[in-house]
Design a binder for this molecule. Structure first.
Ligand code: ATP
Ligand code: MG
Length: 408
């Protein structure tokens, strides 16, 4: 495992991946796709299967897509094959790159370029397949591709091609990807060719408690439970929260808040590409739900987002697939996700959005305190209507015997 951390509640997935490696070692290949949102443990599972395959004596070809390198042709293919080819004696290298594999060198940094392949790029993927055949002839291999959503498209084409032919090779392929990111068409093609798509569930509360206790043995139970609640079963959040607490001598609600802020920062970084990949209406609907926060309804979301109801419904499907929003409950799948989306608003946009919420909620006769809740987040003193609504809200709160909300 990358971090040496115990893997909780992944016994079924680990058994499946070890079985895939065992079968490849015995001559029958296969492919497993792991599809899960950030931080649920894809890379950790890949690290485990690499360790298992290495101990079993298989060769390992491994690569990962990188956020800024998706446009860089053949980056993943190079990372997969170059190190193994470089380690080979020159003569053996020429042999595996010979015959039908010759055009493969065009995509790699080793071996001579084949001038014919430059004229016919479609020859490269089949040639890379033949290179894989040649490499796996003498011993079984594990091929691991992490973060396939960031992989360059030519390399993804090879994965699709291999997936359709892997059974006849002593090759175990494991590909990890986040849902809703990356070139949808190619990743869909890949998923269709894969009999086994593994999704990862959040950890149970019991496993979350054990993860927290593994890291911070002396945490008071009440604070430990607060970490577990905030982590919502996502190992990454739990680890980030606990990590931020690990250097504090005293653990209080305040230091937990620090942990949460650190988790939010790392999540914000993870989330940006997922938000950038959304359609404009998907992003507008996510923003509207972040601003509305609670008791959200489709018509109000439509009003705040400035789109019609049918568009909201399509956008909700998109946001559900991207693991951001539950389309059934119209809430973010994790409170930290909402915080991050909301945190990306500038001051003026945030004020405008809250003003629109207040107007729509008022028009729909929502409780006036709720309307006021939004109005208080609009820059005060700029808008006569804001003041008028605030005053009537305060009057209503007073008349209902809630003076604290009337003056705060
Ligand atoms: N089942 C688990 N039990 C305990 N810790 C875990 C588990 N899964 C993951 N972790 C820890 O959670 C953190 C995030 O895991 P990992 O990096 O594997 O997630 P990921 O799905 O690859 O995320 P990303 O989409 O960002 O690449 C790591 O520190 C890892 O050690
Ligand atoms: Mg990862």
């Amino acid at each position: 495992m990358t971090s040496g951390r115990r893997l909780f509640e992944r016994e079924v997935e680990v058994r499946l991946l070890h079985g895939l490696v065992d079968r490849a070692a015995a001559g029958t290949g296969g492919i497993v796709l792991i599809e899960a949102a950030p931080g649920l443990g894809k890379s950790s599972l890949l690290a485990d299967v690499v360790e298992y395959a290495t101990e079993a004596g298989l060769g390992v070809l491994r690569a990962a897509g990188h956020e800024l390198e998706g446009d860089y042709g053949w980056g993943v293919v190079r990372a997969l094959f170059d190190p193994t080819l470089r380690r080979m004696p020159a003569e053996a290298r020429s042999e595996v790159l010979d015959g039908p594999a010759r055009a493969a060198a065009t995509a790699l940094s080793v071996g001579p370029e084949d001038p014919r392949a430059a004229q016919d790029p479609s020859a490269i993927v089949p040639a890379l397949y033949w290179l894989t055949v040649n490499l796996t002839e003498s011993r079984g291999h594990l091929m691991v591709v992490d973060d396939a959503h960031w992989a360059d498209e030519p390399s993804l084409r090879l994965l699709v091609y291999l997936a359709a032919r892997v059974e006849s090779l002593p090759l175990a392929m494991v590909v990890a990807t986040r849902p809703g990111e990356g070139p949808a068409l190619l990743l869909d093609h890949l998923a269709r060719r894969v009999p086994e798509v593994v999704t990862l569930a959040p950890l149970s509360a019991a496993a979350s408690v054990r993860l927290v206790e593994d890291e911070l043995a002396n945490l008071q139970p009440a604070l430990r439970d607060r970490c577990v609640e905030l982590g919502a079963g996502v190992p990454l959040y739990l680890v980030e929260i606990v990590r931020a607490l690990a250097d504090g001598t005293e653990w209080t609600e305040g230091t937990i808040g620090r942990g949460l802020a650190a988790a939010r920062r790392s999540l914000s970084h993870l989330l940006r590409p997922r938000l950038a990949a959304l359609s404009p209406s998907g992003r507008a609907v996510a923003d509207a739900i972040a601003v509305l926060e609670s008791e959200v309804t489709v018509p109000v979301v439509a009003g705040v987002a400035g789109v019609d109801v049918a568009t909201v419904l399509d956008a909700l499907d998109e946001l559900d697939r991207a693991e951001l929003v539950s389309s059934a409950s119209l809430t973010f799948k994790h409170p930290l996700l909402r915080d991050v989306v909301y945190g990306l608003f500038g001051t003026q946009r945030r004020a405008d959005a809250h003003r629109r919420c207040a107007q729509l909620l008022a028009a729909g006769r929502a409780p006036v305190e709720r309307v006021c809740g939004h109005l208080l987040l609009v820059v005060p003193g700029t808008d006569a209507e804001v003041r008028r609504l605030l005053t009537s809200g305060a009057e209503s709160a007073m008349s209902k015997g809630a003076p604290r909300s009337a003056i705060s």
